[in-house]
Design a protein around this ligand. Sequence first.
Ligand code: ADE
Length: 238
Amino acid sequence: MRVLIVMAMHAEAEPVVRELGLKPVETPPWAAPVPMRLWRGQIGANEVDLVVNGQDPETGLDLIGTQAATASTMLGCEAFKPDLVVSAGTCGGFAKRDGSIGKVYLATDRVWYHDRRVPIPGFEQMARGGYPVADFSEVGSRLGLEPGVVSTGDSLDLSAEDSERIEEVDAHAKEMEAAAVAWVAGLFGAQFTALKSVTDIVDGPHPPEEEFFENLKQATENLAANVVGFVNELGVRT
Ligand code: ADE
């Protein structure tokens, strides 16, 4: 199996590159203007590749959100022709659904958008996403991962409208990339799943921008351990 991991932030990706022993791959000439970066590796019988967004040329900050996730996944799919695409990163969790800092969710069911509203028949359905997630529940339970519904939007805060959409699908993980990654994976005929590690509690007392940086180290350590565990378990299965 060829597995492509898609990650937004350098801090999230660095321990995964190190622990999996991935090697940098040159970006193809057609993609020279984009800041995304590629790595390749082999874990057991599986090829394991990685694409990371890179930095915004204006601010020098890591690119985040669905726009960069779309370009990254397109580049990774074109470069590596994966069978499975994994969106790996951080998320906000929900106390009312037993979310806690550092918990890692394995996506289940479908992945949704919560911030795209187009009240025109057909377009509304397209805006909601609802892209299928492959069933890796056996691998997930061997690793002790929590199954969770993932919902995607381009804002760190939570508007009343976004909250309504999140409640409609009982989302466990609020994050900024998965649905975009899933859409591109589907176009390329690849399966999709996501691993999301909680940095902040959306329905807790603290603003997400404070909790995010306080808990980023713990969340990225847990994420890396579970990304590595996940690809190793896939090796066991094949
Ligand atoms: N990534 C980490 N925490 C998040 C949140 N609360 N909302 C969106 N993306 C996130």
